[in-house]
Design a protein around this ligand. Structure first.
Ligand code: ADP
Ligand code: MG
Ligand code: MG
Length: 895
């Protein structure tokens, strides 16, 4: 029968779909012979069935009974028995880690009788009653949905009666009072008694964990991390072990390498005499792991050995949750640990050096997204500004923003376009919306493994934690450090690498990795002046990037309009220009020439206006081609609708009307107004632009083609190697391209003949309309190359205006999850991607060697790059800044 429940000893790490990450890894640790409290996992399938029907599958109850009996037999104790009771933890655990987002209930199985049994067994009455009140509180909050404040207020009252503010000062009798008060709260709030039957508790806790998949914050986290909503969570039921049984007990979290810097050597936090969430919640300040070596050398040695085994087994940095119960080590969780971008690069190359992974694998362990984060600026250490205080750098970055103390103000400020930093004593999962709305998070409590730190690292946002000198008063909305008092809205700066906190803005400097990317390894090594860690990081990035270059098939070009951009792109490893937008060359001063072309009344006037542009354009292209000497440079003929070169219709109408009232408008203005009115279109993006404009005013393309040909001749005559390619935008039918091609060939032949210089300039087109993709096999007859303009192709395939995506319904689509990701950011593989595929395949059928690439935002987007690799494109073209990211991702796509 067993379909929903798996004993830890039966599963393994590859069953994350079914057992969730936590369950699969617990099973793996059991298989490895590590000390894991016994238990079992209820699969995600059970959760899915529950969420679908609203009912626990009937067979699940039976399976749980059978699994529970086995657990009891393993330990030799009975669940919830009056003597030596077995207690359980009921833990959520989805396929992808969602730290702290879902629920866990500890100490399940305690009731009025077994609490006495636990007291005798543990020889500690206070501990037993403390555990009981924790259960009632967690159960009340998580399972019964009772407001948590009710419990903390009741606790505060009893503490006041006892004349203390510390939980730890409470006696067993005090805790009995707390238990009575808590039970009363439950009765009042639900009309029912706290369930005394251990099995009822267990069943209710399992259901609560299922339900926690769909809490507001879990949904929010999934949207942000792009985790699918229909995976469901597994439930891990395991025997409780106790870290709160005195000074020879404790609980901790550790990493096999430092997850924030990648520094080799173990790293972690330990808290003696504590249970469960105490470490991550940052409620008490923790000790570094090395302290455990003093406190309990035997357990420490055993833990170190387990860490080494786990790292060898997973061949990656692991994070581990453990508990020590009276000198006995228990492993409660492990997984391949989240890490900062810098740590990702350093650890990957360390593992290669240790011969634990191959370079191919190392490439899989880093991402373009991480590389892009390494390129962000840092605070200038030489600014001379001294830090107000210092915490732990938990997630790197340099964030400057206004202080906020809660979710609501963070969200409100973000709406106003302001940057803010969320300042909290410690964070909890409820703070997620505020963290997302902020550029950084700063806490007074907690270590590098605290909630704020873990979540921030996962999201790639800047975080400083455990800045203990801060006294935060949330009701007064102030934070005090020594004599300095700051309030909501005051600007601070935090450095997530060093942990420093500054008042006001601090100047930022380029990241050393950016220096490496743009100026090369030697310059970067000099710039870091012997900072070993940074040096190591730069070398790691260099090594993996060069390896990616060696294995990738996709070439990487840049979108660059000016010689300056071209130089920058080249320095970053661009192998050509995939898109030079020539329209930028008609703006500013030169706008009047285009006006002349549009206003011309006779063909002669128009030709004269166009001729005036030739030398200017020739100059543009000479500069560009010379910067890209020897590398292919795709120049797109003028693309945008005419109105972009003309004044706004409404504004100009008003201006002319007003001027007329005051005694007559300028004749020139009137002419322009007439032209603007004449060319006005309701839908300019679907109107007279691209090749359509080229066909309507043939002189426009002709002038550009001539300028390109002449610039090429000039450079060849200087002994250079210009490699221009002419690209025609917005082709919908082969006929359009044919006409332009005939014209272009004629002009190129003329220039070649009159100069005596042989010219071979490929002529191709953009594929950016669905019809072009669908008829690419025809278009290929006239094209030497294709370049997929996936911005326009997305716009025209979806029928979404890409100029309006920032606002309106589209933004709501993203918020409501109708779309999980903007198709303008990551290529919509299912729809637009199919057109790309049809486009390439059609083109290659007609012309097997036709060269095909992509230009537009998607060319620099990691996920999209993998798609382009898979459909067999020859290159991607992206902004100069993203060139290294594309190089890395193209390499990752190939291994
Ligand atoms: P999360 O996924 O939020 O980390 P966990 O399921 O790991 O939640 O549970 C939170 C904490 O509860 C753990 O870090 C651990 O300290 C404690 N805990 C869970 N199971 C047990 C257990 N069997 N015995 C003792 N403590 C436990
Ligand atoms: Mg955990
Ligand atoms: Mg376009």
């Amino acid at each position: 029968m067993a379909t929903y429940v798996t004993q830890f000893s039966e599963g393994n790490k590859d069953q994350k779909d079914l057992l969730g990450g936590k369950g699969a890894n617990l099973a793996e640790m059991v298989n490895m012979g590590l000390p894991v409290p016994p238990g079992f996992t209820i699969s995600t399938e059970a959760c899915k069935a529950y969420l679908r029907t609203g009912e626990v599958p009937p067979t699940l109850r039976v399976e749980v009974t059978m699994a529970l009996r086995k657990t009891e037999d393993t330990i030799g104790r009975h669940f919830g028995a009056d003597e030596e009771p077995l207690l359980l933890s009921v833990r959520s655990g989805a396929k992808f880690s969602m730290p702290g987002m879902m629920e866990t209930v500890l100490n399940v199985g305690l009731n009025d009788e077994s609490v006495k049994g636990l007291a005798t067994f543990a020889k500690d009455e206070r501990f037993a009653w403390d555990s009981y009140r924790r259960l009632i509180q967690m159960f009340g909050k998580t399972v019964l949905g009772i407001e948590g404040d009710l419990f903390s207020e009741a606790l505060d009252e009893i503490k006041a009666d006892a004349g203390t503010t510390q939980d730890t000062d409470l006696t067993a009798d005090d805790h009995k009072k707390v238990v009575a008060a808590y039970k009363q709260i439950i009765l009042e709030q639900t009309g029912e008694e706290f369930p005394q039957d251990p099995r009822d508790q267990l069943d209710a806790a399992i259901e609560a964990v299922f339900n926690s998949w769909n809490t507001e914050r879990a949904r929010l986290y999934r949207r942000r991390e792009r985790i699918a909503d229909d995976l469901g969570t597994a439930v891990n039921v395991m025997a409780m072990v106790f870290g709160n049984l005195g000074e020879d007990s404790g609980t901790g979290v550790c990493f096999t390498r430092d997850p924030s810097t990648g520094h080799g050597g173990v790293y972690g936090d330990y808290l003696p005499n504590a249970q469960g969430e105490d470490v991550v919640a940052g409620i008490r300040n923790t000790f570094p792991l090395t302290k455990l070596e003093e406190l309990d050398p035997t357990s420490y040695a055993e833990l170190r050995a387990a860490m080494r085994r786990l790292e060898t087994h997973y061949r990656d940095l692991c994070d581990i949750e453990f508990t020590i119960e009276r000198g006995k080590l228990w492993m409660l969780q492990t997984r391949v640990g989240k890490r900062t971008p810098a740590a990702a690069f350093r650890v990957a190359t360390q593992l290669v050096d240790e011969r634990l992974i191959t370079l191919d694998e190392a490439l899989g362990r880093v991402s373009g997204q991480q590389l892009s984060q390494l390129l962000f600026p840092h605070f200038d250490a030489k600014s001379g500004i001294t830090a107000l205080t210092k915490g732990l750098g938990a997630s790197p970055g340099a964030a400057v923003g206004e202080i906020v103390f809660d979710n609501a103000s963070a969200i409100a400020r973000q709406k106003d376009g302001k940057k803010c930093i969320l300042v909290r004593r410690e964070t909890s999962p409820e703070d997620l919306p505020g963290m997302i709305a902020s550029v950084g998070v700063l806490t007074a409590r907690g270590g590098k493994t605290s909630h704020a730190a873990v979540v921030a690292r996962g999201m790639g946002m800047c975080a400083v934690v455990g800045a203990e000198a801060m006294k935060i008063d949330t009701s007064a909305r102030t934070v005090q450090v020594g004599d300095t008092q700051l309030g909501e809205g005051d600007v601070i700066a935090i450095d997530g690498a060093t942990g420093e906190v500054f008042v006001g803005e601090v100047p930022v400097v380029d990241s050393p990795v950016l220096t490496y990317i743009s100026e090369g390894i030697d310059a970067a090594e000099q710039a870091v002046e012997g900072d070993i860690e940074t040096l190591d990081l730069i070398r790691s990035v260099d090594r993996l990037l060069r390896y990616a270059d060696g294995v990738r098939r996709l070439r990487v070009r840049a979108n660059a309009d000016t010689a300056e951009d071209a130089v920058r792109a080249r320095a970053r490893g661009a192998q050509g220009i995939g898109l030079c937008r020539t329209e930028h060359q008609f703006l500013g001063e030169r706008r009047k020439f285009i006006e002349g072309v549009i206003l011309a009344e006779t063909p002669e006037q128009r030709d004269a206006a166009l001729d005036a542009l030739i030398p200017l354009q020739r100059g543009d292209f000479e500069e560009l081609l010379s910067a890209m000497d020897g590398l292919p440079t795709t120049i797109r003929l003028i693309d945008p609708p005419l109105h972009e070169f003309l004044p706004d219709l409404t504004e100009l109408s008003v201006q002319v009307a007003l001027a007329d009232q005051d005694g007559g408008a300028d004749e020139h203005d009137k002419e322009i107004l007439a032209a603007v009115q004449r060319t006005h279109e309701a839908n300019p993006m679907l109107g007279l632009r691209g090749v359509r404009l080229g066909l309507k005013i043939p002189g426009l393309f002709a002038l550009q083609i001539r300028a390109i040909a002449e610039a090429t001749v000039a450079l060849i005559e200087q002994g250079r190697k210009p490699k221009p390619e002419i690209m025609v935008p917005l082709i919908g039918s082969v006929r359009e391209l044919q006409i332009i091609r005939d014209m272009a060939e004629k002009i190129i032949a003329e220039v070649s003949e009159s100069s005596g210089v042989a010219l071979s300039i490929p002529i191709g087109c953009m594929i950016e309309l669905p019809r072009a993709a669908l008829t690419s096999y025809r278009i290929a007859e006239e094209a030497d190359f294709f370049s997929f303009g996936t911005n326009d192709l997305t716009q025209t395939t979806w029928g979404f205006s890409r100029d309006d995506v920032e606002s309106g319904f589209f933004a709501e689509y993203l918020e409501n999850g109708v779309l999980t990701i903007s198709p303008f950011e990551t290529l919509d593989a299912l729809g637009v991607g199919q057109l790309v595929k049809i486009g390439v395949d059609g083109g290659r059928r007609t012309k097997p060697a036709i060269h095909a690439g992509v230009c537009g935002e998607h060319g620099g987007d990691p996920e999209s790059i993998h798609f382009f690799h898979n459909v067999g494109l020859d290159y991607v073209s992206c902004s100069p800044f993203r060139v290294p990211i594309a190089r890395l991702e193209a390499g990752r796509a190939a291994v």
